[in-house]
Write a protein that binds this ligand. Structure first.
Ligand SMILES: [Zn+2]
Ligand SMILES: [Zn+2]
Length: 182
């Protein structure tokens, strides 16, 4: 398949690489239909994110179509049109149980295009598919849902949850009642 591969600070190329394969029974393989370039990708390319190793496929936001699922996956199937979250959730650790998926200690969190291969490619391996992939309702275009991939989980977890914003709050009230910033 073709993929955008990071080769160290300032270096990237559109390479031919092996297709991803199922590694865990909880994985899915998704064909990428639409993806973004995020500001975070530009930080990686500048060398600001040292944990992203040369050889990693970039990208963490995408809409795609499921082409294969592992034996333990039950919520999506081949042919489903899905949104990939930039944040993967193991679904089992204490943070995931509180909805704080970005802090997942079970192997999730921000991993796509960071510590595992990402979404700027023909295909991506998606860990924890049951708890990290969202089926898209019929009738919506890729562009209508694509930005829910990162902007929604990031603003919800970093802004709303950390800011302790509750239903019915106005923003100034929420800011006054906050206990700490992240
Ligand atoms: Zn992003
Ligand atoms: Zn977790």
């Amino acid at each position: 398949m073709k993929a955008l591969v990071y080769h160290g600070p300032g270096k990237k190329s559109w390479d031919t690489v092996p297709d991803p394969v199922i590694q865990q029974p909880t994985d899915a393989i998704v064909a990428i239909d639409t993806a973004t370039i995020c500001g975070t990708d530009l930080h990686i390319l500048k060398g600001d994110v040292p944990e992203t190793k040369p050889g990693t496929i970039l990208g963490h936001e995408a809409v795609g179509t499921v082409v294969e699922v592992g034996s333990a996956v039950t919520t999506v199937k081949k042919g489903d049109h899905v949104l990939l979250s930039c944040i993967s959730s193991c679904g089992r650790c204490s943070y995931c149980k509180q909805g704080r998926y970005g802090a997942c200690t079970g192997g999730g969190g921000w991993i796509f295009g960071h510590t595992i291969n990402g979404t700027q490619a023909d295909y991506v391996r998606v860990p924890f598919a049951d708890t990290s992939v969202y089926k898209i309702p019929a009738g919506l275009t890729d562009e209508q849902v694509l930005f829910l991939s990162d902007i929604l989980p990031t603003s919800f977890e970093v802004g709303v949850m950390n800011g302790k914003v509750s239903p019915g709050d106005t923003t100034p009230a929420a800011i006054r009642s906050r206990r700490s910033w992240p």
